[in-house]
Design a protein around this ligand. Sequence first.
Ligand code: ATP
Ligand code: MG
Length: 197
Amino acid sequence: MDRKVIAVFGGTFDPPHIGHLVAASDACEALALERVLFVPAARPPHKPGEVDTPPELRLRMVELAAAGDDRFDASDIEIGRDGPSFTIDTVRELKGDDFETVYVIVGADGLAEMTTWKEYRALLDEARVVAVSRPGFDFRSAEFPDAGAVRYLEVTPIGVSSTMIRKRVAAGRSIRYLVPEVIEDFIYEEGLYVESD
Ligand code: ATP
Ligand code: MG
């Protein structure tokens, strides 16, 4: 890709679901992006002890989900790094790799937490932060003081979360249509989420 523009979509992705994919796809369209990098976090700084699906399996799922779309890629940039994952480090690493413009896509719930992120003012400066809407969260929340530095994007509302998927698997309910078929197959093959969190 020679445009040297890339978008980063970080998360736990335990598992990736259609909410992630539709949000990324709508962001691609709205921002004329050619490439979105799905970046599973190693140890999510805001979820200590909450995730026990190994990073390698979450990466594998993100690879499977991204493989179905030419615009999407999976990256091990954060799980390959020691310690917890910070978006600012990822942005700087991509800029060091010659990407001129780095977009950071963050869902409405993530945006509300962003002021607690490492060097968040630098992040607003060095990346173009794009907040995507998510059902159940007010993404124009007044608690966020730097609203002017963020681009707000209404995306197709999909009320699906990874927590919902994990709970449905644990309860023996169907997850068909809520995750790509390859992800559904992978979850059952690996026996993930049989015990609920
Ligand atoms: P969990 O329930 O485990 O927290 P999740 O569904 O929130 O999982 P994450 O991996 O935590 O998924 O989210 C990664 C990013 O995707 C976050 O920025 C989040 O806001 C965004 N996101 C997740 N689900 C949706 C959705 N349905 N619509 C829009 N954005 C979403
Ligand atoms: Mg979440």
